[in-house]
Every structure is written in C-alpha cells, then in structure tokens.
Design a protein around this ligand. Structure first.
Ligand code: CP
Length: 318
C-alpha cells in the first residue's frame, strides 16, 4: 500500500479485518518493522483521537513520530497554484511538501473541507498534493471527503459487536450548531457499502450526500422507519452537500436527536459516533451513557485501524 485514502486502498476487506484482529491481539509483534522509520503527522485541523491513536499505533510498530500543527508555529502555507504571493502566506505548499517528505518515511495528513468551493474540496486538492509531491507513502487522517481510519475502526467495531451475520446498520443524521464536513458520513457509507450489511441512511430532505457514496444504501427520510429493527445506530451531523446549499446548515431540527424513544424502536441497537459528540444535540445523555453506547471501544479501535494501515505501508514500501 502506497497510499490510504479510501476503502479501495485496503485491498480485500475480509483479509483487512483479519489483519486488524491480529494487530489487536498482538500489538507489539511488529516492533522491528518501524525501527528507524519516522512518521510525520501533519494537522491542518484539530484532533484528539486521530492524533493520539495514530501516534500510539506508530509507537507500537517501533516508529519515531513527529507531529506538526500547521496553524501553530509553522509558516502559513499558500495552497493555490499560480498566485502572486503578496499576502500573509510566506511559504508555498509546493516547496513545503517535498521538504516535509525529506524528513520522514511515512506522512499522515488531516485537511478538512473548507466549504468555499465544492470542487476544491471534492478534488481533495491538499491531500493529493501530498501524494503527488512528498515522495513518501501518504495516508489520510481525515480529508475533505473521507475519514478512512475512522471508518475502518467503525467496521472493526461492528464486526466485534454484531449479533447477526447481516446486521441492519443505520447512518442517522442528527442536529448540530455548526456546519460539519461530509467526510465521516461519506466514508462510513463507502465502507459499509463494501460489506453485505443491510444499510440505511436517514436524514432530513436536503441533506443527501454525494451519490457516489450512497451506493446501494436505502435512503429513508422518515427516521421512524429507519430506526425500526436497527442493530447499529451510527449518528452523525453533516452540512448540506447539494447546490446551492453546499456547506450550509439547513436544519437544526432537534426531533432528529438520538434519544431513548428512538432507540426503543430498534433491535436493542448499539449507539455509535466517531466523537467528538455534542450531548443533547446529537444524542441524549441517557443514550450515550447507556450500556448500548459503544463510542469508547469504537474510539479505542482507532489504534487498531491505524496500526493495521501503517503496518501494510511499512511492509510494502520498506
Ligand atoms: N473521530 C476523530 O477523528 O476524532 P478527532 O477529530 O478528535 O481526531
């Protein structure tokens, strides 16, 4: 694996899940693989889980880790090509990327959608520049359109908790006071569509995600029907995708908040969320504090997904 940005980069999904289980059971089995290898983690946006879990994964593999917060202490980067650099950005990403590549063996990048230009976001302009110019293997730590390390961890978690071979998994929109990217729901849909699960996406009208991610999922605008018989509720907010509302909040309808009444419609479903989560906006205290909430083991599996991906990158490139 030279890059990891989508489900397609992981290869056979069943084998990937088996590899993840091996990593989970044997976290220190491959300490030699990363010896004298350096992971550079570059953050254009904030993080708690991705930062800590990916570092932990690299340390488990014997790697050294450098973390750079671009917005705290680095030169402001110009990311547009062909501009006259007479503003407040003294360094161009076209020099910065190969320089960063010279200091490491593997690069992780976090760069969210900016919601100013859908094409700029959906072309993954920043992530692709790292892939093109760094000269090193690159993996996404959440980019504009996808969050594959999160989705891989989500799938590992569902496989661990599912009670039937083909669970009903529901991606459920929930309200939020700020406009959030579509990366997590897009990516979750992409990964769940690679399984044989019964997959339903529910959201208010106007919150349709890009069709390339909807795939074979059933889109259900009535949350009651979506929740009925569900085995997993995966809650998430996202901003509108479709023109002319790209990146905008078009509803904060609290009747979509995941609460006990909704969970009562399910097949005693597990509650999942990628975190961070706004309590009593996305989910009620009662639900997230209940035994059906698996948000913490889900987050713990972020080490497993990151370590499985890093291991494959190291094996294939060094
Ligand atoms: N779920 C997730 O990626 O969390 P962070 O934004 O804290 O890394």
């Amino acid at each position: 694996m030279r890059k990891f940005t989508t489900v397609h980069d992981i290869g056979d999904l069943k084998q990937a899940l088996e590899k993840a289980q091996f990593v989970k059971q044997n976290p220190f089995a491959d300490q030699d693989l990363g010896r004298n290898k350096t992971l550079l983690m570059i953050f254009f946006n904030s993080s708690l889980r991705t930062r800590l879990s990916t570092q932990k994964a690299a340390l488990n593999l014997g790697m050294n880790v450098i973390v750079l917060d671009i917005n705290q202490g680095a030169w402001k980067l110009e990311t547009e090509k062909g501009v006259v650099m007479d503003g407040d950005k003294p360094e161009h990403i076209l020099e910065a990327i190969p320089v960063m590549g010279a200091y490491c063996d593997v690069i992780g990048v976090r760069s969210f959608a900016q919601f100013q230009d859908k094409d700029y976001d959906y072309n993954e302009t920043i992530l692709n520049q790292f892939i093109q110019y760094s000269g090193k293997p690159v993996f996404s730590m959440e980019a504009a359109t996808r969050h594959p390390l999160q989705s891989f961890a989500d799938l590992i978690t569902i496989e661990e908790y599912k009670k039937t071979a083909r669970p009903k998994v529901v991606l459920a929109w929930a309200p939020h006071p700020r406009a959030l990217p579509q990366a997590v729901p897009n990516s979750f849909a992409e990964w769940i569509n690679a399984t044989n699960y019964d997959f339903v996406i529910t959201h208010p009208e106007g919150y349709e995600i890009d069709e390339q991610f909807v795939g074979k999922a059933k889109v259900e605008y009535d949350w009651r029907k979506a929740y009925e018989g569900a085995d997993f509720i995966y809650a998430k907010n996202w901003a509108a995708y479709r023109h002319p509302n790209y990146g905008k909040i078009i509803s904060t309808d609290r009747s979509w908040t995941v609460d006990s009444a909704k969970m009562a419609l399910t097949n005693n479903a597990y509650f999942m969320h990628c975190l961070p989560v706004r309590r009593n906006m996305i989910v009620s205290d009662e639900v997230i504090d209940s035994p059906q909430s698996i948000v913490v083991p889900e987050a713990a599996n972020r080490v497993v997904s990151a370590q499985t991906v890093l291991k494959e990158i190291l094996k294939d490139n060094y």
